[in-house]
Design a protein around this ligand. Structure first.
Ligand code: ZN
Ligand code: ZN
Length: 440
């Protein structure tokens, strides 16, 4: 990754300053032995607390422990036990209790869950942390917010950025193929997220930064180019994927939120995750759901922009909508109402928003015309890396996907996506039915 990007504030052409607080992203072969020196260079001195789970301890944790103690660092560690670990109150509490007295730096060794809970603890304790990635499975490595599960609902808490993101290809290339497929799924979602962001800007005049969008676009293209080589575990492909995932987190740091990296596909994925939690069903990887949801959301774009702007249809509102949400979200309903209760009705300037979309109709139509080829390539890459391609591959029913596509927009009511636009236009339900007929 371009070192000029890191550890500084960028005065951007968009008019805003973008801060990247992460000082170092290193992706390469046999780089773990450099860690003690890099930590000192970036001011990560003092007592180390290493957090891993049973699997990531074997993958790299023990090695990191030996390298750091070998370099004279005082290291304590905690290994989270068990299969279904989440960044939830239980795991966070366990790490907080185990770390007594408070260390000077947390070294997280793992992927999503370990990274999320270490970031949360580091933020709470006011100490820095770094992440040694064990699989290129999701794009949250360099992010600075923390999704934490509380009362069946994923709440985004403030966190801190990692000071360093370390991806040793000797470790990453050994990670299970399905985890790589999940990472690729998370990157495939950027196509949807970027168009959703642009659509938001077109429609409501929301802030949009072409520089950040361009960075994400480059990462996406680089990753699509190497994706077919993932199944052979080529260091170039795995490194390209890891770089795209890290860059996505950097883009979120620059923006100050996840808009450049998360759109309709992430909302659908979060919806399905909540449904799994409500059912007490083990969930698949985050990126698995994002990848499959991306294929669905791209199809929504294709159908919505297929012809001329459609006529305004009937929109579900008021009591009827609330009842539908209650049914669809179950135990997460209260959380949803808290987050999006003020977005249940058509916005007062909806006719203006529509007019802006219609003015730009041809542009989005052209964008969507490239999506069938992207879906085919994406599905092929996912399948080759043993990742799921259809909702059925992950055990979801037609009803689950219908609910997710219809109501996932309320996960983040204030952030419009193609699902919001189609729903407010009154054509989402029809499009969803057509897609479900194709998929099921
Ligand atoms: Zn900018
Ligand atoms: Zn993601």
């Amino acid at each position: 990754m371009d070192a000029n990007l890191l550890g500084r504030v960028h005065h951007c052409q968009c008019g805003r300053d973008h801060a990247v607080l992460t000082k170092r992203v290193e992706i390469g072969r046999h780089i773990l032995p450099e860690l003690p020196q890099w930590m000192l260079q970036d001011g990560l001195t003092g007592d180390v607390f290493l957090v891993a789970d049973e699997r990531t301890w074997e993958a790299a944790g023990r090695q990191v422990y030996q390298i750091l103690t070998g370099a004279g660092r005082n290291v304590r560690y905690h290994i989270l036990r068990g299969e279904e670990l989440h960044a939830d109150s239980r795991c966070i509490g366990e790490v907080m209790v185990a770390m007594e007295p408070v260390a000077d730096v947390i070294v997280a060794v793992g992927t999503g869950t370990i990274n999320d809970l270490s970031r949360f603890c580091a933020h709470r304790l006011g100490i820095p942390y770094l992440i040694v990635a064990t699989a290129p499975s999701m794009d949250g490595f360099a992010s600075s917010v923390t999704p934490v599960i509380r009362d069946h609902f994923k709440i985004t808490y403030p966190g801190i950025h990692p000071t360093q993101v370390i991806g040793d290809l000797e470790v990453l290339c050994q990670s299970p193929l399905p985890m790589m497929a999940a990472g690729f799924g998370d990157i495939l979602g950027k196509r949807v997220a970027l168009v959703d962001w642009a659509l938001g800007q077109t429609m409501t005049g929301e802030f949009y930064c072409p520089t950040i969008a361009g960075m994400m676009e480059e990462a996406l293209q680089a990753c699509l180019a190497v994706a077919p080589q993932l199944p052979s575990r080529s260091p170039e492909a795995v490194g390209g994927l890891m770089n795209a995932l890290a860059l996505s987190g950097i883009a979120m740091q620059m923006m100050g939120n996840s808009r450049p990296a998360s759109g309709a596909e992430h909302h659908i994925s979060h919806f399905l995750e909540m449904r799994d939690m409500a059912r007490g069903r083990p969930s698949t990887y985050h990126g698995d759901k994002v990848g499959v949801a991306s294929l669905l959301a791209l199809r929504v774009y294709e159908k919505f922009f297929a012809g001329n702007p459609p006529a305004q249809g009937k929109v579900l509102a008021g009591e009827e909508l609330v009842a539908a949400l209650q049914k669809a979200y179950g135990p997460a309903f209260d959380g949803i109402m808290q987050e999006s209760g003020s977005y249940l009705n058509l916005p007062s300037d909806w006719e203006d928003w529509k007019a802006h979309v219609i003015e730009n109709w041809a542009r989005y139509q052209k964008t969507a015309a490239a999506f069938p080829a992207l879906r085919a390539a994406g599905a092929q890459a996912l399948r080759a890396a043993h990742g799921p391609v259809t909702p059925q591959d992950m055990g979801y029913s037609r009803g689950d996907i219908a609910d997710a596509m219809r109501y996932a927009r309320f996960i983040r009511g204030g952030r419009p996506t193609i699902l919001t636009v189609a729903a407010q236009w009154g054509c989402l339900d029809g499009i969803v039915e057509e897609i479900l007929d194709e998929v099921f």
